[in-house]
Design a protein around this ligand. Structure first.
Ligand code: IMP
Length: 427
């Protein structure tokens, strides 16, 4: 048995798609376990660029089984579009499987996401407006629509009628917004159901069979540890569990069957949306990294906030996820910096602390304590072997491993598959 959970160790956008894609070549099965279209992966295969939001990146390899687990909130409109887009480019999607227990993001969830953000005003979370929070709210509130409901016309009609009574009351009386029409939604969603039906199954059962037969399974986390509903910078978080524990809940695979957890971390830090960010850069260095690293959101196009690598956050991610290894991405983006910094601790109320405080106000007050390193000028993207990297770059990677107490297994220095250097084999 060989099962690896891959998670984001920071605030998302760590380059997980690229690492997943790299590992997917060796895996037999790739599984998404939480989040929805708030995630976005950009993958470069040869000269072709693919942008995926819901379908696991393994789909680009023929014959890999790709699973959307029960923990994902599935936007049926977006998924069917993504499926059609791949088919138009001659990508075989016959190995896609969708959990019958996954919840569906409905158009009213997206509307509530917008309305809630408007209402929050200055205190807005900066969500991706993809209906994620409201869809998980309905799941927890036990008023969600599951994929299995979608496939059953009677259930779909009955649930839509019942649910919209309450939703429309809220929309019209509280938010002063337009109601939704149950008949129109029914017609739209039964069409999606017809497209999705051949792919829907009990994916926990399927994964059990795969594990028993010795398949290599990669669980692909979306977002990142600091956006985790429980462990992130609440309330500036997403509404799911992107951390390693979420992989069990979101797929129906028990914890004893997980072998390794790989944390993906950028060689610096980024964050989209609002909320505290202790190692943030508000100067030209930040702007430079944003431009070189093309740090604009895949899903929303928003410019990302930039900061130095935060080892406090990475140690926290190691603890929460039980990291076995780190994959360090975008190291090439730091090329050309005269000096590079890593935040090793925070100064809070005159004391040096090594952990992430629960209260946002406290984290906002935290001043970063930096360690400084000499940079390098050589273009890492063009160097074949990690051993041939400039000493300053190798030293930086070594120091990240030391500070986090997690071995670095992969270093990525460009979007192409061959630009990922292997320091330890994962599968
Ligand atoms: P939501 O997931 O759309 O509800 O957004 C909640 C927070 O998570 C916001 O700060 C978003 O910017 C952030 N977020 C959600 N998905 C991603 C992602 O894939 N990468 C980075 N940030 C994300």
């Amino acid at each position: 048995m060989s099962t690896v959970v891959l998670i984001g160790s920071q605030w998302g956008d760590e380059g997980k798609g690229k690492v997943t894609d790299f590992l997917a070549e060796k895996a037999d099965v790739v599984v998404r376990y939480q989040g929805g279209t708030n995630a976005g992966h950009t993958l470069t295969v040869g000269d072709e660029v693919f942008k995926l939001h819901l379908i696991p990146s393994g789909i680009l390899y023929p014959g890999k089984r790709c699973i959307i687990g029960n923990g994902v909130v599935l936007d049926a409109a977006a998924l069917t579009k993504e499926m059609a887009g791949l088919q138009e480019r001659n990508i075989d999607i016959s190995q896609l499987r969708i959990s019958d227990r996954a919840h569906v993001v409905m158009p009213y969830h997206k509307r509530f996401d917008e309305l809630d953000e408007e209402q929050r005003g200055k205190g807005k979370i900066g969500t991706t407006l993809r209906g994620i929070g409201p869809a998980y709210m309905d799941k927890v509130h036990r008023t969600g629509m599951r994929v299995a409901d979608l496939l059953d016309e009677q259930e779909l009609r009955g649930k839509l009628t019942l649910l919209l009574e309450g939703k429309n009351l809220l929309l019209t009386k509280v938010y002063d917004a337009e109601p939704f029409d149950a008949d129109l939604l029914f017609e739209e969603y039964r069409k999606y159901a017809d497209i999705l039906r051949p792919y829907v199954t009990d994916t926990s059962l399927l994964l059990d069979e795969e594990i028993r037969s010795g398949s290599k399974i990669l669980f692909e986390g979306a977002q990142g540890t600091m956006l985790d509903l429980d462990h992130g910078t609440y309330p500036f978080v997403t509404s799911s569990s992107p951390t390693a524990g979420g992989a069990c809940m979101g797929t129906g695979v028990g914890p004893t069957r997980i072998n390794h957890v790989l944390g993906v971390a950028k060689a610096y830090t980024t964050r989209v949306g609002d909320g505290p960010f202790p190692s943030e850069l508000h100067d030209e260095t930040g702007d430079r990294i944003r431009e070189i690293g093309r740090e604009y959101g895949t899903t929303t196009g928003r410019p990302r906030r930039i900061g130095w690598l935060d080892a406090v956050v990475l140690r926290y991610a190691s603890r929460i996820n039980g990291l076995s290894y780190l994959a360090l991405t975008l190291l090439d983006v730091l090329t050309g910096q005269e000096t590079i910094k890593i935040c090793t601790a925070y100064r809070y109320k005159g004391e040096t602390i090594q952990h992430v405080p629960a209260m946002l106000g406290a984290l906002e007050e935290c001043e970063p304590v930096f360690e400084e390193f000499p940079g390098w000028q050589e273009d890492l993207a063009k160097i074949d072997r990690f051993e041939d990297f400039p000493a300053a770059a190798k030293n930086y990677v070594r120091r990240v491993a030391e500070l986090t107490e997690v071995p670095v297994a992969l270093v990525s220095v460009g979007p192409k598959r061959k630009q990922t250097k292997i320091l330890h084999d994962i599968f």
